[in-house]
Design a protein around this ligand. Structure first.
Ligand code: SF4
Length: 520
């Protein structure tokens, strides 16, 4: 196996000089395919009619090996191998093989994401090239049962890229339901050519993003002890009780974690009334208010609490201050589950403050009896600003006994600041509803470096990468380490990537599991 390191559709044109990867060559086997893709490539690359079938593909590959291009794309129509593909869908190859030689195309998720943002239906998966049209589908499935598309050229053309970035895009013209040589075939072919035409600008941006890069990993990054504990609780329950295991709200705010646990039998519900009588329900890492616990008791539900112990600590502080007659100002973001849970500990004695302006609006019954607490995942500097406003207005204000913003949030923010200082761009792996991940983006931006939140490689907009030679990479406390690896792999499909790490501290915190799931 060879493995490679890595206008018209409404997106900005690639500016002249932004190209880092050298000349793009697009091989389209047939003239109509070349004509479809050419307008989108424009003057940014060369579109060649590389010829139909393996013989011509091999001869073209021979010529390509003598060439000095910077990035190679193969664009044409192809046969869909799975029932869920329709004519006009695009398959972006993660690898292409003829059964003997396999070429990896690691940047496939980046290109597929760009195509989807352009409004196209794009899937990623293996593509198989076969020598003959007759029985091609059966032959392709025999080579790779998981393949999405079959053609007669890509494997031989892609092999000619050598160590240079390579992409293979096949627009589906026929499927098992729309077979070649059927009356529907012409319509399928036309749809495929329309999609190829629309894909051209994305290929241009893909080539413009190609180039050699450094990736600076922030350390620590990714899972914290509270998230690991919460996931382990659901896993143990799945193991011990079998599915379904009900979880109130997302166990942690990450789409990958939730999807993985759902696949294994976890059922995420918004409220307890969606949990059947007598079932067991897990409370998420963000914590719940006493009202939710009381509701579960009333329903006779068995509960397992995955609330992070550092969130529980804030709950205890809220109860203590409220019992001592304080008005408790909670610095946090409205609507976040953790904030709702903490406010629920003493609703009559608590007020949410998001900004210094909110502090000015506070009307405590006794200005000498104000205390404040914080959501655990805030930006340290922003929260301190609000806390400062509280102390200024209420000099006797009581602060929490120890920092409410947790160690994991603080460490990840310091680490992303360190890599941002050396980077042209910062990417933060995390989901949009993950507070600590969003704060990492803001922290990097405040350090003066453009930063983006991405759930995975397909969220990376290729335009962000043009002209960027050093990327800082981190992950929020709820984002799995595997996503960071996927991002590096995808970037390596655009050119060689040198990975190094800036570790500001190491973490060795672990929280014990609740008794309900502990090994007996
Ligand atoms: S980010 Fe902090 S408070 Fe939240 S789960 Fe992790 S350790 Fe606990």
């Amino acid at each position: 196996m060879t493995s490679r390191t890595a206008g018209a559709d409404g997106f900005p044109e690639v500016p002249p000089g932004a190209r880092t990867g050298g000349r793009l060559v697009v091989c389209a086997p047939l003239l109509p395919e070349a004509r479809a893709v050419r307008p989108g490539i424009g003057g940014t690359g060369e579109v060649r009619v590389s010829g139909y079938g393996p013989g011509r593909a091999r001869r073209q590959a021979g010529r390509l090996r003598q060439d000095t291009f910077g990035a190679l794309a193969v664009a044409g129509t192809g046969g869909g191998l799975t029932g869920d593909l329709s004519p006009g869908d695009l398959v972006v190859a993660t690898e292409v093989t003829d059964g003997a030689t396999t070429t990896a195309c690691p940047s496939a998720p980046l290109l597929a994401g760009e195509l989807r943002r352009a409004g196209l239906t794009a899937r990623t998966g293996p593509v198989v090239s076969v020598a003959r049209l007759a029985g091609g589908r059966e032959r392709a499935r025999a080579v790779n049962p998981g393949a999405l598309a079959v053609d007669m050229e890509s494997a031989w053309l892609a092999d000619a890229a050598g160590e240079r970035p390579v992409a293979v895009v096949r627009a589906i013209s026929d499927t098992p339901q729309w077979p070649l040589l059927s009356p529907a075939a012409l319509a399928g072919g036309l749809r495929a050519l329309r999609s190829l035409r629309a894909a051209g600008p994305a290929l241009t941006r893909w080539a413009a993003a190609a180039g050699q890069r450094r990736v600076l990993l922030a350390g620590p990054r990714s899972f914290c002890a509270g998230v690991e504990r919460a996931i382990e609780i659901v896993e143990k329950l799945l193991e011990q009780q079998g599915p379904p295991v009900y979880v109130r709200k997302q166990i942690v705010h990450n789409t990958h974690v939730v999807a993985d646990l759902e696949r294994r039998g976890a059922v995420f519900v918004d409220e307890l009334d969606q949990v059947p009588d007598g079932a067991c329900v897990v409370f998420s890492a963000h914590g719940v208010s006493p009202a939710v616990r009381a509701d579960a008791d009333r329903r006779g539900l068995a509960t397992v609490d995955a609330t992070c112990p550092l969130v529980s600590k804030v709950h205890v502080e809220a109860r203590r201050f409220a019992a001592e007659g304080y008005l408790v100002a909670l610095i946090g973001h409205a609507g976040h589950e953790e904030v709702e849970g903490t406010l629920g500990e003493a609703p009559q004695a608590m007020a949410l403050v998001e900004t210094a302006e909110d502090v000015a609006r506070l009307r405590p019954p006794d200005p000498a009896k104000v205390a404040y607490l914080m959501q655990t995942t805030l930006a340290v500097d922003e929260a301190e600003e609000v806390a400062g406003a509280l102390r200024e207005r209420f000099p006797a204000a009581r602060a929490p006994g120890s920092d409410d913003i947790c160690y994991a949030t603080t460490n990840r923010q310091q680490a992303v600041r360190a890599v941002a200082a050396e980077s042209d761009l910062v990417l933060v792996a995390g989901s949009a509803n993950s507070s600590n991940s969003v704060r990492l983006v803001e922290t990097a931006e405040r350090a003066g470096t453009p930063a983006h939140l991405i759930d995975g490689p397909s969220d990376i907009q290729l335009g962000w990468l043009a002209g960027v030679s050093t990327i800082g990479l981190t992950a929020g406390a709820s984002a799995p380490p595997a996503v960071v690896n996927d991002i590096i792999t995808a970037l390596s499909g655009l050119g060689p990537v040198e990975v190094s790490e800036r570790v500001i501290t190491t973490e060795n915190i672990r929280f014990s599991l609740p008794k309900e799931v502990r090994a007996q």
